[in-house]
Design a protein. Structure first.
Length: 302
């Protein structure tokens, strides 16, 4: 009798072991396929960056039309040429011009957009909803629609060939994306903090600078990173308003290495492109921890 009972139990154990083995095999196969697909996507995404890095070590005549990824000569000559500058203008002049615009953009966006966001999120005034809708509507308006009117306005004000057209809007909270980002963050902060400050006799300036602004650090860091990267990589704005080569930024300086009527130095252009990436990477890595911390803090709210 005992043998009869033990036999079905043994069969069930064998069947369960087989099912577990098949499940592990399926999970292992799925994991292998997923990682293979992820590696393939990573190769496709990183290939242009790797190609640009390798091309910065190649002679200019080997970059265009060459099928080899690894450099066969050239060494650091392209970097030496890039650091010498072009057209009688030093490489560091282009870096300084880009830093001025990037730092000014970050400062203007953090200051003006945080004030505008606090007004929309915490203050009650007539027409607030209408102004908020108009602000959101500007995010749907293509930049190319307002190019000509803006250029006419700045030309009449005598601001062409200056940095004012590229910085003035940043100090007037015209970047709706950052205003909206900060509004959503402020709305997640408890209103009890404001109420306690009001009971202590604090007004809106004191509440903003002493309570809200310190708590907005994750949103401010996120906005600063995006503002710096967008300003540093901006090509069309400086191309539209800057006329003198001595005021060019890094993206415009890269264009100087390509000449359709004479010889183009693609090697120096690739080397300068690599050098232009370094400040962006350093800025991102310097504030990466605050950015990740801000995302984690957002997930804990509720």
């Amino acid at each position: 009798m005992s043998q009869t009972l033990e036999h079905p139990q043994t069969e069930r154990e064998v069947r369960s072991a087989r099912l577990r083995k098949r499940a592990r095999a399926r999970r292992t196969g799925g994991s292998v396929l997923f990682h293979a697909f992820a590696l393939a996507v990573l190769v496709v995404i990183l290939y242009p960056a790797v190609w640009m890095l390798m091309s910065s070590f190649k002679p200019g005549n080997e970059i265009i039309g060459s099928v080899s990824l690894l450099p066969t000569g050239g060494g650091l000559q392209n970097y030496a040429t890039a650091l010498e500058g072009i057209g009688g203008i030093s490489f560091w002049t282009f870096v300084l011009n880009s830093l001025i615009l990037a730092a000014g953009s970050v400062l203007g966006i953090l200051l003006s957009c945080s004030l505008a966001a606090y007004a929309f999120a915490r203050m009650r005034f007539r027409g607030r909803n209408l102004f908020f809708v108009c602000m959101i509507a500007t995010m749907l308006l293509p930049f190319h629609v307002v190019i000509i009117p803006q250029y006419i306005v700045f030309n009449e004000l005598g601001m062409i060939n200056t940095y004012w057209p590229l910085l003035l809007g940043k100090f007037l909270a015209t970047e709706s994306f950052f205003v909206f980002l900060m509004i959503q963050f402020i709305r997640g902060l408890p209103r009890e903090l404001d109420e306690a400050a009001v009971i202590d006799g604090a007004g809106h300036p004191r509440i903003f600078f002493s309570i809200i602004l310190p708590l907005m650090k994750p949103a401010l860091v996120t906005s600063a990173i995006f503002a710096f990267i967008w300003s540093w990589n901006d090509f069309f704005g400086p191309l539209l308003y800057l006329k003198e080569p001595g005021m060019y930024t890094m993206p415009l300086a890269l264009r100087l290495y390509v000449d359709q009527t004479s010889t183009s130095d693609y090697g120096a252009q690739m080397a300068m492109a690599i050098l232009a990436l370094l400040p962006v990477l350093l800025f991102f890595f310097a504030f990466q921890r605050q950015l990740v911390g801000g995302v984690a803090t957002q997930g804990l709210k509720g």
